[in-house]
Design a binder for this molecule. Structure first.
Ligand code: FES
Length: 205
């Protein structure tokens, strides 16, 4: 008498199970390769970015666009000749009391960093110690910032009194260090306005 072969379904189930395991291993391998490739790319990108930032010194920029430190010895005396700081493109002025506050808004003096770029068309504005205030209706006040391009004229605090410039000279963020040196953040520029004299930072050397 013939008997039913009970081993056939079992071997089919076994083959199915083995096939599933093989497929699962393939999926796992593919996932691993994908993750590895992604990690490699990320690492490569990070290294590239780091090299780029390092090469161009963008992490801690110095000079114009970054923080420029002016040594105490270069900080002008109150009322002294403004200091031209070329690497930061600014003038460092030390206002004595209301000096430069030609519009009388209550300036009390201190240090100001004036961006030397003229707000009109961008010429570099020099300090002209011999320029007479009488030429711009401020007799007796001598020494002005005066643009060589179209004549815009600014007080020692960068306040515009004459010429086509649309506003006073822009100012840069300034802070005083414990040793009397000064940090000027040339990346933090504020548009010049009538309140320029009020932006001066007290300085005791
Ligand atoms: S660029 Fe300075 S007045 Fe025109």
């Amino acid at each position: 008498m013939a008997t039913a072969d009970s081993s056939a379904p079992r071997s089919t189930a076994l083959r199915l199970e083995q096939a599933k395991q093989v497929e699962a291993r393939k999926v796992a391998r593919r996932s691993f390769l994908r993750v590895s490739a992604f990690a490699g790319l990320t690492l490569f990108g990070g290294t590239l970015l780091s090299g780029f930032l390092g090469f161009f010194n963008l992490r801690h920029p110095t000079g114009f666009g970054g923080v420029v430190t002016v040594a105490k010895a270069r900080v002008p005396q109150p009322s002294g000749t403004p200091e031209r700081v070329s690497d930061g493109k600014f003038w460092l002025v030390n206002l004595a009391g209301a000096e430069g506050d030609v519009l009388g808004i209550g300036g009390t003096g201190g240090l100001l960093a004036l961006y030397w770029k003229c707000p009109h068309l961008g010429c570099t504005v020099p300090w002209v110690p011999g320029f007479q205030g009488s030429q711009v209706n401020f007799p007796g006040v001598n020494g002005w910032f005066r643009c060589p391009c179209h004549g815009s004229t600014y007080s020692r605090a960068g306040v515009r009194v004459f010429g086509p410039a649309p506003r006073p000279m822009d100012t840069m963020l300034l802070s005083v260090n414990g040793d009397g040196s000064v940090n000027v953040n040339t990346g933090k520029i504020t548009g010049g306005a009538a309140d320029n004299p009020l932006r001066a930072v007290a300085y005791n050397g």
